[in-house]
Design a protein around this ligand. Structure first.
Ligand code: ARG
Length: 471
């Protein structure tokens, strides 16, 4: 059989052109969505009296057969049929003859491919929300298991003030919550039907787009046919949301790399998530965290690539848009891999609370609290800051930490110091003193964990309802 669009042509396509323009090598990933869309389309053609029911039944039966062939991995694709749409249509015509040629009535590959992409991405968004919620659960699990653990909190990677390790982990839960909310919001713009826009202007057949949308579970249909076939904003938005998730994953990866170094020694990653060195027998490398950090680059690249493809395209469809696929598939794979590994890697890491506690007792991260101590006794904050600065300098010069000082050393700097200063300087006291909403005090963190538990439950419910198997 020759090309489905062969009529106007008198010459064979150049072999290199065929290879250059084909997309079947990668868009075969859309095979199931393509058939899902075709089934809805042909059902509508029958309902609207555009095709006789007999033809519709034959086409549907054959499409189901092709779907099973694809699912069993028995479908053979051919580059000369360019893309997934024509490969499937060709298989249909081979199976049932010229009746198969009626499927494409009132439709173009332009609205067809856009529909496939919407169907594909909405499944992925549900899966990503679910994976992100699982990661949140892993973080919350570690926060609960280490609720009393204190570590130095950092600014500029310099020890700043002690915080609960749980508080630190819950910061990531908040970050991933924003990612989830962005994905959920984007769903509105993904769950829209382009089909019925035809090549660009609509179709002369009396189709029913609302019926197709209903069958496919789309909440809305595109208002403008030109926009329907040329909109790739929803893909840009997905790539942007994926970039943000990767950026967050890369930040936590960096912390895991630092924390598992001998210098920090705060955590130990499970053997199952590390690799060794081919030359240095003592090494246990945090490769997964490093690779997640590294792969963030390609996801950003896919976003910039897509924005650049679209930036000067005139309406409506242009072949440039075929470039939307590889970056999107690559992003889906990269993000999926990172999320699938990050949750169990966090859940299984060993937290070395002794090392964290030791770090907190060998620094000046309680200095702010002595300043606050003086402020509570009436000293203006700026003046207190100056006094404590000198006190810290005194400590450094004498090789001491604040808790090592005798009371008479304290009182040399201010008469207001009394015995209770030793209590104030204890890391537990320092942490629990920050008893504001969103602060690191134990009761505040416990409440944050409880609130997050509910949110994560709601995230799972949202994702479950939209997961492919539940639609
Ligand atoms: N393979 C094409 C793509 O991914 C499908 C649409 C082709 N449409 C066309 N008029 N050539 O964009």
């Amino acid at each position: 059989m020759s090309k489905l669009w062969g009529g106007r042509f008198t010459k064979k396509t150049d072999q290199l052109v065929e290879e250059y323009t084909a997309s079947i090598m990668f868009d075969k990933e859309l095979a199931e969505e393509d058939i899902e869309g075709s089934l809805a389309h042909v059902t509508m053609l029958g309902k609207c009296g555009i095709l006789p029911e007999d033809d519709v039944d034959q086409i549907k039966e054959s499409l189901h057969k092709i779907l099973h062939r694809i699912q069993r991995g028995e479908m053979e694709y051919s580059i000369s049929d360019e893309d997934i749409h024509m490969n499937i249509e060709k298989a249909l015509i081979e199976d049932i003859g010229s009746v198969g040629g009626k499927l494409h009535t009132g439709r173009s590959r332009n609205d067809q491919v856009a529909t496939d992409m919407h169907l594909y991405l909405r499944k992925r968004v549900a899966e990503f929300v679910s994976l992100l919620a699982k990661l949140q659960e892993a973080l919350i699990g570690q926060a609960k298991a280490n609720i009393d653990t204190i570590l130095p909190g950092y600014t500029h990677l310099q020890r700043a003030q002690p915080v609960l390790f749980a508080h630190h982990l819950m910061a990531y839960v908040s970050m991933f919550q924003r990612d989830i909310e962005r994905l959920q919001d984007s769903y509105k713009r993904i769950n829209m039907l382009p089909l019925g826009a035809g090549a660009l202007a609509g179709t002369t057949f009396p189709i029913d787009r609302h019926f197709v949308a209903q069958q496919l579970g789309f909440d809305r249909i595109y208002d403008n046919s030109l926009d329907a076939v040329s909109d790739r904003d929803f893909i840009v938005e997905f790539l942007s949301n994926a970039s943000m998730v990767m950026m967050h994953l890369s930040r936590i990866s960096e912390e895991l790399v630092l924390w598992s170094s001998t210098e920090f020694g705060f955590i130990e990653l499970d053997d199952a998530f590390c690799t060794g060195s081919s030359i240095m027998p003592q090494k246990k490398n945090p490769d997964v965290a490093e690779l997640v950090r590294g792969k963030t680059g390609r996801v950003y690249g896919n976003l910039i690539g897509m924005l650049t493809v679209l930036k000067s395209l005139p309406l409506a469809y242009n072949k440039d848009m075929q470039e939307d696929k590889e970056g999107m598939f690559d992003t889906v794979r990269t993000l999926e891999g990172a999320l699938q590994l990050m949750a169990p890697m966090i859940a299984t890491m060993k937290v070395n609370s002794g090392r964290m506690r030791q770090a907190v007792s060998q620094d000046f991260s309680n200095a702010t609290d002595i300043a606050d101590y003086l402020v509570n006794k009436g000293v203006p904050f700026r003046q207190a800051h100056e006094i404590i600065g000198k006190l810290v300098l005194h400590c450094i010069e004498n090789g001491k930490y604040l808790l090592d000082l005798q009371l008479d050393e304290f009182t040399k700097f201010s008469k207001l110091f009394a015995e209770d200063i030793y209590q104030v300087l204890q890391p537990e006291h320092v942490v629990n003193a920050r008893n504001v909403y969103g602060g690191t005090a134990s009761n505040q963190v416990a409440e944050a964990i409880a609130r997050a538990g509910e949110t994560v439950g709601a995230n799972q419910v949202w994702a479950e309802a939209l997961m492919p198997k539940n639609r």
